[in-house]
Design a protein around this ligand. Structure first.
Ligand code: AP5
Ligand code: ZN
Length: 215
């Protein structure tokens, strides 16, 4: 199953992609995670990406498309994948289409996770990510500012781009550059919209239901 996860920052793409990847037995490919890993390792790609990520802007299309093509050439994607955070512009979507046509393996579906803007701002201000295992959490309940990762004991960190002014910029960029992808994929009958609010497990079930008819 070759599926794109679409939705604004904070919609829960990363949260759901990890759960769905396990349930469906295909890898999650997150361009945001790949960029953050490169930033952490101080690679040339990381130094370049950081300039854009810190201001909430998109990393240039050519760099991002080349990186994803490279990733899709690896062995573990033979049974499909979940693309999390890519494509994000029409140019990226066209680049992806061209590549998938060349290899004869077109997309099977686009899962669009819908969440209202006010909830997104609230979610991103409370997001914490484990520096060791990468699992995503939200402040509240058992997770406090001082908590360690409940899954591995690692340090929980706030992402640099979750500052309120950067979040506003990311939402603007989403509306302008990424939201048009719904129109891009709709004529091909690929888009499956789901409500991304409520319990995480309920959202996962909606996603599995929406993807049930997808090969
Ligand atoms: P990226 O990492 O892709 O960030 P994003 O799209 O802004 O998405 P997020 O990771 O912020 O949110 P998410 O939808 O994954 O939500 P999450 O599950 O974490 O990109 C970061 C940057 O990298 C970009 O700004 C850009 O610079 C660059 N980049 C990446 N891809 C690129 C591309 N293709 N082209 C160019 N540049 C690119 O959940 C959020 C919070 O909500 C968490 O705290 C979570 O616990 C909580 N939560 C989740 N589900 C629920 C629920 N049901 N109820 C309540 N809380 C919930
Ligand atoms: Zn952890």
């Amino acid at each position: 199953m070759r599926v794109v996860l679409l939705g604004p920052p904070g919609a829960g793409k990363g949260t759901q992609a990890k759960l769905l990847a396990e349930r469906l037995g295909v890898p999650q490919i997150s361009t945001g995670d790949i960029f953050r890993a490169n930033v952490g390792q101080g690679t040339e790609l990381g130094v370049l990406a950081k300039k854009y990520m810190d201001s909430g802007d998109l990393v240039p299309d050519e760099v991002t498309v080349a990186m994803v093509k490279d990733r899709l050439g690896q062995d573990d994607v033979s049974h499909g994948y979940l693309l999390d955070g890519f494509p994000r512009t029409v140019v990226q979507a066209e680049g992806l289409d061209q590549f998938l046509t060349e290899v004869g393996k077109p997309l099977d579906g686009v899962l669009e996770i819908q969440v209202p803007n006010d909830e997104i701002v609230h979610r991103l201000s409370g997001r914490r990510t484990c520096a060791d295992c990468g699992h995503i959490f939200a402040l509240g309940g058992e997770i406090t500012e001082d908590s360690a990762c409940p899954d591995c004991g690692g340090k929980l960190q706030q992402r640099d781009d979750d500052k309120p002014e950067t979040v506003r910029r990311r939402l603007d960029v989403y509306a302008k550059e990424t939201a048009p992808l719904v129109e891009f994929y709709t004529p091909r009958g690929l888009v499956h919209p789901i409500n991304g609010t409520g319990e995480v497990s309920d959202v996962t079930q909606r996603a599995l239901d929406a993807l049930a008819g997808v090969p």
